[in-house]
Design a protein around this ligand. Structure first.
Ligand SMILES: Cc1ncc(COP(=O)(O)O)c(C=O)c1O
Length: 385
């Protein structure tokens, strides 16, 4: 059954009940294989790499939430990306947004290049510049909006229209927004990707990836790749994700309210040089983001002025944890240039604006006063006198 209101679909969408027993949660089918009643007589499942009922429930759920034809669950966001990029052939080229997750860059520059699948960094914020980058070998575009870590916004509808004019596949990494805040397929994309490790899981306790495709044709191709390459999500982790997704709406409402307050606080702070958050009316991506997403999301990056020492800032934080990742209920902070984006060569980092002073915040759902007090005391301590 499908539901128009996403708050309801998060809980009851896809396959939410175990038909055989009536259990209100789909059980963890912890099995690798399934009995066949005779040669070629399967009961819908044969082997858990090919299909597992718990994973299938998750896949049906994410397909419904993103408004796609089919969903696929993988062992990590990068496994999902690997499967999707495997739709390309050698000699093909993919255009990528100018700041994407460092692991995406590493996957293309260090793995897919072995198969002569090439990439070009393109300014997808600027549709005209993007169109100029489309050479005959370009077959796909991979967008992040907001992009990691500078929160730059790409007009997904405009890029999709241009891309489709040239026959390209439009892939959007929707990790930072989730279908609760933004639905790229409705804006024209062909495939949506997620590091479900982040908001969809929501509790920093599972590593997972999801992909949703718009058409039957893409679904058949991706199902073949998923089964042939095998990076599938195990049943227990599929269960954890289904459980996490049920509370996505309430978590994100609180996350976003906290993020808006934190962005305002940072913007008004005398120690802060720059703030990147598409929910701020002063942000350059604000208008486009407002057209395509419910709000500015949760992720913020910022720089302190030169007379503040970022090492002291990181070491002084008491509540906000210095760690890779994002999207959990707890507030996390990271230093993109040495952590999440270290695999991007320094000259490219500099060119796209990922400075050594950039700090990325994943605002959690703690009490906002506690979050702001922690930022304040760490900023105060980090001032070089
Ligand atoms: C935007 C984005 N895409 C993809 C990934 C990769 O996902 P995973 O770590 O689940 O492999 C990440 C991880 O941080 C990410 O932030």
């Amino acid at each position: 059954m499908s539901y128009n209101n996403i708050e309801t679909a998060l809980i009851h969408g896809g396959i939410s009940i175990d038909e055989r027993t009536g259990a209100v949660n789909v059980p963890i089918y912890q099995t690798s294989t399934f009995k066949q009643d005779g040669l070629g007589k399967m009961r819908g499942y044969e082997y858990s790499r090919t299909g597992n009922p718990t994973r299938e429930a998750l896949e049906a759920l994410i397909a419904e939430l993103e408004g796609g034809h089919a969903g696929f669950a993988f062992a990590s966001g990068l496994a999902a990306e690997t499967a999707v990029l495997s739709l390309l052939n050698s000699g093909d080229r993919v255009l990528i947004s100018s700041n994407v997750y460092g692991g995406t860059f590493r996957l293309l520059s260090k793995i897919f290049n072995h198969f002569e699948i090439n990439y070009t960094i393109s300014d997808t914020e600027n549709p005209e510049a993007f169109e100029k980058d489309i050479t005959p070998d370009v077959k796909a575009v991979l967008i992040e909006s907001p992009a990691n870590p500078l929160m730059t916004i790409t007009d997904i509808r405009a890029i999709s229209e241009i891309a489709h004019k040239h026959g390209l596949l439009v892939i959007v990494d929707n990790t930072f927004m989730t279908p609760y805040l933004q639905r790229p397929l409705e804006l024209g994309a062909d495939i949506v990707l997620h590091s479900a490790t982040k908001y969809l899981g929501g509790h920093s306790d599972v590593v997972a990836g999801l992909a949703v495709v718009k058409t039957q044709e893409l679904a058949e191709k991706l199902a073949f790749i998923q089964n042939s390459t095998g990076g599938v999500l195990p049943p227990f982790d599929s269960f954890l994700l289904i459980r996490g997704i049920k509370t996505l709406g309430v978590r994100l409402d609180r996350h976003v309210a906290n993020a808006e307050a934190a962005a305002k606080y940072l913007t008004e702070h005398k120690a802060v040089k720059s703030v990147h958050y598409p929910g701020l009316p002063t942000d350059k991506g604000y208008e486009v983001n407002k057209r395509q997403a419910k709000n500015g999301g949760v992720m913020i990056s910022f720089e302190l002025k030169d007379n503040y020492d970022i090492n002291t800032f990181f070491e002084s934080l008491k509540l906000i944890t210095l760690a890779e990742s994002l999207g959990g209920v707890e507030s996390l902070v990271c230093h993109p240039s040495s952590m999440t984006h270290a695999s991007i060569p320094e000259e490219i980092r500099k060119k796209v604006g990922i400075t050594d002073g950039l700090i990325r915040l994943s605002i959690g759902i703690e009490n906002i006063d506690d979050i702001l007090n922690d930022l304040e005391q760490a900023i105060t301590k980090s001032e070089v006198k």
